[in-house]
Design a protein around this ligand. Structure first.
Ligand SMILES: Nc1ncnc2c1ncn2[C@@H]1O[C@H](COP(=O)(O)OP(=O)(O)OP(=O)(O)O)[C@@H](O)[C@H]1O
Ligand SMILES: Cc1ncc(CO)c(N)n1
Length: 277
């Protein structure tokens, strides 16, 4: 009797590593695994990092970034991809060129700028490159509040500011926008979504009072990427991403001594089949 060979959609993260296992490519791959897609990775940067801070980092040579893209394109059928830490202008440009060269499906741009401990993960000069060159390729851009402010020059304090800023990001070329509200000072966390067809909605959950929030942004964008690869429509994928990241925050694990990582097993622990999230 022949055995069934399972197949899973293949996805790609283009980002930086976190030696502490909580953020960047490590969070992306853990999320991909939990969401039943096969994860591949282009390493743009390596960081020496733990839950306390980023202690050192190095950007990969552009030739090695190009070689990783080529190796993946040669052998895999990538259904959706996401970007994270890109470091500087040259690396952003290298990534943009490769994304134009290969068709890796929907592109989720997480415009990572600063780690929770305060270390810059994108140089100041690269912000304008992200804005001019990467943002127009984005199927969905997923900035947190400080990133959305940097990209648009807007100050975000209230709901109207979120809506205005999302519209500006769309006018800059991102097809769809999710502004994450983790950096608010409130008992609930509200994210704002503006879709290409002008549908818009809020995703609101109770705030979990915890310092285990290292990698929340990576995790929600990786989950959205996975769901798109499974064939979900964007609104469904975003709702699923929010539910998944909320579960990973609500069931903390004890790791490290600073901003702890998320619990990527959370959905299983809650007895939620991955389809039901
Ligand atoms: N304490 C919390 N309780 C519940 N949800 C949270 C909390 N903190 C963040 N979130 C949610 O997690 C997701 C990521 O938001 P956040 O604004 O923290 O992203 P980020 O700053 O890019 O994260 P990071 O830089 O750690 O990857 C959002 O959906 C947000 O609403
Ligand atoms: C490598 C890396 N990517 C992203 C983040 C932000 O979560 C981080 N701290 N480190």
């Amino acid at each position: 009797m022949s055995k069934t060979i399972n197949s899973f959609p293949e996805v790609l993260t283009i980002a930086g590593t976190d030696s502490g296992g909580g953020a960047g490519i490590m969070a992306d791959l853990k999320t991909f695994q939990a969401r039943h897609v096969f994860g591949t990775a282009v390493v743009v940067a390596v960081t020496a990092q733990n839950t306390l801070d980023v202690q050192a980092s190095k950007l990969m040579p552009q030739s090695l970034i190009n070689a990783q893209f080529a190796a993946i394109a040669e052998d895999f059928q990538i259904r959706a991809c996401k970007t994270g830490m890109l470091g500087n202008s040259n690396r952003v440009r290298a990534v943009v060129q490769n994304l134009k060269k290969y068709n890796f499906g929907p592109i989720i741009v997480d415009p990572v700028m600063i780690a929770k401990g305060g270390t810059a993960l994108l140089s100041e000069e690269a912000i304008v490159t992200v804005k001019r060159e990467l943002l127009p390729l984005a199927t969905l851009i997923t900035p947190n509040i400080p990133e959305a402010e940097k990209l648009t020059g807007q100050h975000i304090e209230n709901k109207v500011d979120f809506q205005k800023t999302a519209r500006i990001l769309q006018n800059l070329g991102a097809q769809n926008v999710l502004i994450k509200g983790g950096h608010q000072n409130s008992d609930t966390v509200s994210d704002y979504v503006l879709l290409a067809n002008q549908t818009h909605f809020w995703l609101t959950k109770p705030r979990t009072h915890t310092n285990c929030t290292h990698g929340t942004g990576d995790t929600i964008s990786a989950c959205i990427t996975a769901e798109l690869a499974h064939g979900a429509d964007l609104a469904t994928a975003i709702r699923c991403g929010k539910n998944y990241v909320t579960a990973t925050i609500e069931h903390p694990i004890q790791v490290g001594h600073g901003h702890g990582p998320l619990n990527h097993w959370a959905a299983q622990k809650e007895g939620l089949a991955y389809e039901k999230i």
